[in-house]
Design a protein around this ligand. Structure first.
Ligand code: NAP
Length: 265
């Protein structure tokens, strides 16, 4: 498909999987994809929320269907690919968005929680990428894989996120190495590093922080954003759509920072 000046972000007829797509940044991405004409599997650990999300988008133009998946399970990637092929006929785009960000200082961290963060944020993302890429190679038409990393892939935001930062640093280098590996197949692998985005996940208690402590943390964080506001899911969704579209056909192994200028400070 060729991008036109009228609609450089046309992905109509493409079939996509978005993990963690029931809410927050993931749902923002699903909305833009459906608006741009793509069909989307909303793959989320919360089936009710995923079904509710799909229902909200019933008017299209693209289609959205829900499935329950825990991306940390070994067969998650294969199951998502199977569902997308069964519903829509192919997998052209994968967005690895599902992630958790419990705030617990490393000095209080239990190995099981550390493992869980890595299993969802990094290993789950890697094996979903493997499954999607294998399908894209079979189809023979290339594809796009977009990983939602974080500004914490580059710089720590706050104490309490050592496990998270390790996982997101891993996402950055996984993106680059996998981009190299699958480039000969026309599969492009890129990442986005969001700054502070207001979502369901950042609006409640996180790890050892209460809702009130979290509000305080976000307030301090906001003071450091040159553009003067927290981001919205759609700020990330629009850049994800760019990477998924023909407008980004010569980009691979890159990470785009979308943080209102936060890392400038
Ligand atoms: P969110 O509001 O918590 O939404 C995440 C979604 O993923 C939820 O529906 C969640 O379900 C689902 N999920 C969690 N664990 C899963 C699993 N194992 N398998 C499948 N789905 C799972 O999160 P968000 O703030 O939108 O963040 C989305 C991504 O952006 C994450 O990777 C995060 O690290 C990254 N990010 C966010 C920010 C930010 O400020 N928000 C900044 C930088 C990077 P439940 O709610 O049922 O757990």
């Amino acid at each position: 498909m060729t991008a036109t000046l009228k609609n450089p972000f046309d992905i109509s007829g493409k079939n996509a999987i978005v993990t963690g797509g029931a809410m927050g940044i993931g749902f923002g991405i699903v909305k833009r994809f459906v608006e741009a004409g793509a069909n989307v599997v909303i793959a989320d650990i919360d089936l009710n929320a995923a079904e509710a999300a799909a229902k909200k988008l019933a008017e299209g133009p693209g289609k959205a269907v829900a499935m329950r998946v825990d991306v940390s399970q070994e067969d998650a990637g294969d199951k998502m690919v199977e569902k997308c092929v069964k519903e829509f006929g192919s997998v052209d785009i994968l967005v690895n968005n599902a992630g958790i960000f419990p705030s617990v200082p490393m000095l209080e961290m239990e190995p099981a929680l550390f493992d869980k963060v890595i299993a969802i944020n990094l290993k789950g993302l890697a094996f979903a990428s493997k499954a999607a890429a294998a399908q894209m190679i079979k189809q023979g038409k290339g594809g796009k894989i977009i990983n939602i990393a974080s500004i914490d892939s580059l710089h720590p935001s706050m104490v309490g996120l050592a496990a998270y930062d390790a996982s997101k640093g891993g996402v950055l280098m996984f993106t680059k190495n996998f981009a190299l590996e699958v480039a000969p197949h026309g599969i492009l692998v890129n990442a986005i590093a969001p700054g502070g985005i207001t979502t369901e996940g950042t609006s409640g208690p996180i790890g050892s922080l209460t809702k009130e402590q979290m509000e305080q943390v976000l307030d301090q964080f906001k003071q450091l954003i040159p553009l003067g506001r927290m981001g919205e899911p759609d700020d990330i969704a629009k850049v994800t759509l760019f990477l998924a579209s023909p407008a980004a056909d010569y980009m691979t192994g890159e990470m785009i920072v979308v943080d209102g200028g936060r890392l400038l400070k």
